[in-house]
Design a protein around this ligand. Sequence first.
Ligand code: ADP
Length: 452
Amino acid sequence: MEFSEILSKIALRIRQSLRLENILATTVAEVRQWLNSDRVFIYRFNEDWSGVVVVESVDQPQWSMINRVVADPCFQEKWIEPYRNGRIASVEDIHNGEVTPCYVEFLEEYQVQANLVVPILLSTDLFQKEDSVESVPDTELWGLLIAHECSRTRSWQPIEIDFLQKLATQVAIAIKQAILFEQLQQSNDALSESKSDLELKVRERTQELESVNRKLIALNQELTLSNQELEQFADIVSHDLREPLRMVTSFTQLLAQKYAGQLDEGADQIIGFAVDGATRMEELINDLLTYSRVGSSKKPLELVSTDQALDQAISNLHLVIQENQVQIVREPLPEIVGDATQLIQLWQNLIDNAIKYQKNESSPSNSPKIEIGVTSELQQHLFWVKDNGIGIDPKHGDRIFQIFQRLHTRQEYPGTGTGLAICHKIVERHFGKIWMESKLGEGAVFYFTIPF
Ligand code: ADP
């Protein structure tokens, strides 16, 4: 086999691995086999030019130098520069007078009789930027590839020197690749570390969100429960109060009828107040009962006609409508899934208010007019009740839908402040929304939606 062929085969074997330890171990084994020498090793420099035998192949165990930190007293001054320039050192016989005594002493310590030393020079141009102006690539003296004869002297052949030198170049390339590979792996590791860091953060955040969610659900359940309890409480209280209250009302009324004019004026007035108070309390209790029963109604929602519900509401209010000469303009209304009784109540409350909150001055242009209509949008019906009454300051837009919230005294307009709160609850039970648009003195429009 040709020399170049052998060399490339060995080089191939060395460069098969990307692991530094494998590369170095294969190198010393191959070199020792080919040179047939006693000891082949690789000496790696530290930054301060001290160094250590990192790998070796030896014929006899007693010649082992592995892990030896070799302090060559003659090395530093004399040899760094030549090695950096690619110089090869070969000694056929350390005792033939060519070697300085200091070096002989040093070599004798390791039983060396002949040696061959080639530098391993890593080119740093792999790390140089492409646009670098440096034409000559820098090299780094990484270590030495050394062959020793311990049992004999040896006259090194030019082909052997050439072999070792060429192989050192190949080893340098392999080392370089191993370093690059390690760097790649490190950045890969760093990448997967930051990836798992990220995953951890996402997991933590998800857990946090889930826990917040769970708390919200629990809070919601608590709220629903306390709402239900409140409704039950209102229901029971108002129901239980009704009977005694009815008694008070009827007895005070009886009292008023029987003794009116028979007692003094003051007594008549007091009886009047008592009748008023009892009647009002009865109204309040009845309204509270209606309010609390909207939410607790167990009646299932079914297909009902909002048009018929409106008919019924108007019929219930026909006296007050006639009395006030109210003009009602309406258009055909759709069927929805709902609770018919509650829808009648809804229309009734809105129309009742539209009549009640009319302007006082009566002129033909001011006669009460109520318009009722609907538009069916993408996913819902939008109903409205529009009047030409006194209107509402928009700043009270939310307040008026709360229970017992009134914007007027009873002397101005009678009422308990529950009508719109009941409307709000009914619409909510039908999964819709209710709101008002108005300006003071310019009438009001009440809108509510019911989803399909
Ligand atoms: P009540 O009519 O018994 O006071 P509501 O809950 O029905 O209770 O109404 C709350 C308040 O909203 C009323 O006191 C009134 O001031 C105002 N309001 C309701 N409807 C109208 C309307 N159509 N026009 C003007 N104000 C209204």
